[in-house]
Design a protein around this ligand. Structure first.
Ligand SMILES: *[C@@H]1O[C@H](CO)[C@@H](O)[C@H](O)[C@H]1NC(C)=O
Ligand SMILES: *[C@@H]1O[C@H](CO)[C@@H](O)[C@H](O)[C@H]1NC(C)=O
Length: 143
């Protein structure tokens, strides 16, 4: 249980320490909820590579017109989807379902051209509140 407290503090800490400049409004949700992480580029993306990462970990990869799950981090397996019919109009948003506290972090959405060169990126911060966990931890802390 002490471990839970420590990891919670750590999360709060890293959340503040990462001083990157998100160009989107941060999103906060509760554990187990679904969330759409918005990403939009003013170009058609069907022939591009779309690469979503969270603090360097692979979240979602779209290339050659389809989703490529081969390098996806285990943490996100089966929980991330995109909007296939929106890619043409530049919408690279993804949905994460059954969000976990460990999904919290800084997400980047990048699109790369045919040569694999990065063209543009967007960044968004997600915070997943472990509501139950917090309540229980404080009970323990002040018992
Ligand atoms: C992108 O698609 C999602 C899902 O349909 C939608 O919620 C969002 O508003 C779209 N974004 C833009 C900029 O069109
Ligand atoms: C928190 O405590 C409640 C009861 O007080 C319990 O039902 C729940 O499962 C606990 N949640 C966690 C994550 O330990």
């Amino acid at each position: 249980m002490e471990l839970v407290l420590v990891s919670l503090c750590l999360l709060t800490f890293t959340g503040k320490a990462f001083g990157d400049k998100p160009n989107q409004t941060p999103i906060t949700i509760k554990e187990d909820e679904s969330v759409i992480l918005p990403c939009f580029f003013s170009t058609t993306l069907t022939d591009k590579r779309i690469d979503w990462k969270k603090d360097g970990e692979d979240v979602f990869l779209y290339e050659n017109g389809r989703v490529n799950p081969s390098s996806q981090n285990e943490q996100f397996r089966g929980r991330v989807s995109h909007f296939p019919d929106k890619v043409k109009s530049g919408n690279a948003s993804i949905t994460i379902k059954q969000a976990k506290v460990s999904d919290s972090g800084s997400y980047t959405c990048v699109y790369l051209n045919e040569d694999g060169r990065e063209e543009e990126r967007q960044q968004i911060r997600l915070t997943v509140d472990g509501f139950k966990l917090l309540q229980n931890s404080s009970q323990i802390a002040f018992a």
